[in-house]
Design a protein around this ligand. Sequence first.
Ligand SMILES: NC(=O)C1=CN([C@@H]2O[C@H](COP(=O)(O)OP(=O)(O)OC[C@H]3O[C@@H](n4cnc5c(N)ncnc54)[C@H](OP(=O)(O)O)[C@@H]3O)[C@@H](O)[C@H]2O)C=CC1
Ligand SMILES: N[C@@H](CC=O)C(=O)O
Length: 423
Amino acid sequence: MIRTNITIGLFGFGVVGQGLHAVLERTPGLRARIGRIAVKDRNKARSLPAELFTFDKQDLLDDPSLDVIVELIDNADEAYIIVKQALLNGKAVVTANKKMLAEHLPELIELQRSTGTPLLYEAAACASLPVIRNLEEYYDTDLLDSVEGIINGSTNYILTAMNRDGQPYADALAKAQRLGFAESNPALDVEGLDARNKLVLLLAHAFGLVTGPEELLAVGIDCLSPLATAYAREQGLAIKLVAEARRLPNGIIAAAVLPTLVAPSHELANVHDEFNGLVTQSGFADRQFFLGRGAGAFPTASAVLSDLSALTYGYRYEYKKIQQNAHLSLAPDAAEVDVLVTFEDEANVPDESDFTVVHEQLRSAQRGNYLIGTIGLGQLARATWLRLPGVCVVRLACPLRAASQAVGARPAIETELVNEISR
Ligand SMILES: NC(=O)C1=CN([C@@H]2O[C@H](COP(=O)(O)OP(=O)(O)OC[C@H]3O[C@@H](n4cnc5c(N)ncnc54)[C@H](OP(=O)(O)O)[C@@H]3O)[C@@H](O)[C@H]2O)C=CC1
Ligand SMILES: N[C@@H](CC=O)C(=O)O
């Protein structure tokens, strides 16, 4: 699609949809205009003339005067139906819906190929940060070793409000919702699932690895314990929700979303509020850092705008790395991670035999219970204690790495038990 005037069929007129309308008004150079808007709620007051709105998706999907469908709704299942039909109808699509994309990526890649119709989604990962197109194009000839970042704005906003401003978790979450940063279902944010959906997209564009979200371990910030927070503070570290994908030897990729202790010298330590930050490490370019707003109306709309502009010069994702890196595979059992696990009582003690090495333990009625150890990433994902109430897992300040032990071979446990056990 190479043209200078675009007429948009817009699905959704919420935070991002209204942001896009405002941004387009201020960007006359693009010569894109919204032709029709599909929304859901018939009783909601709208800031634009009523004749612009419809409640029937076919009014947009079947309208030959609309060149591009921009999908900005908060329902991933409906979004999938809309995007699929638009592509089958030969309409280019721009979407910000990372949940829908992560759940259907293989099919959506194939649909782009079979229909020859582009689907762009820069806003779906890190909102205003131009990460997808950079990973797709800029690093094409470079050897990417890792991408790690803060890729959910709401949780970073919450953690900043709690740690810097002393706000309670519930208040900080409510404010992230009021500001339009959080998903309609904020569990997606705080449970790490939104970051996991974005990690699926990063994996596809950084390494050509197409995987489902359920293949990736995600732990959120909803279970952070006061003990973990105090531990971080004592060590002079910040807790951030970090997504990481790392290339290990033998064509293995390790990837996960985990609350992580971050040293003050690390780029991510200075990513605050709803900002996102992404660090890439690559063979020739070395270390690079992207920083910008990761949520909100205008930052997200700016990425949608950039995709619309890219469509005018015929841009589409080629997913070249899927062919180039066909030898890469996700292998959580070949990776390990160092973690701090805090737990409330005997009912939710982590199973020591799950750990490759237990470095330190404390069980104290006064100070609380914790264990610091090295554990296989796959083993952590399978651990029955991981999801028990009262259990909090935080990754220590070191990257995912290749497992030092063959799977199944148990090393001697090095336990430095701080013997304060009073029960
Ligand atoms: N907010 C943010 O910072 C970011 C959001 N995103 C993604 O952008 C998308 C939109 O988010 P956001 O604007 O915050 O969400 P909002 O909840 O603010 O708005 C959702 C909009 O979708 C409409 N809608 C819901 N279901 C349908 C349907 N079946 N048909 C037509 N319209 C429908 C709603 O209609 P009605 O007005 O009638 O209720 C509403 O206008 C989501 O996928 C989100 O994950 C991505 C990056 C950042
Ligand atoms: N809820 C998301 C919105 C942007 O993707 C977030 O907080 O990052």
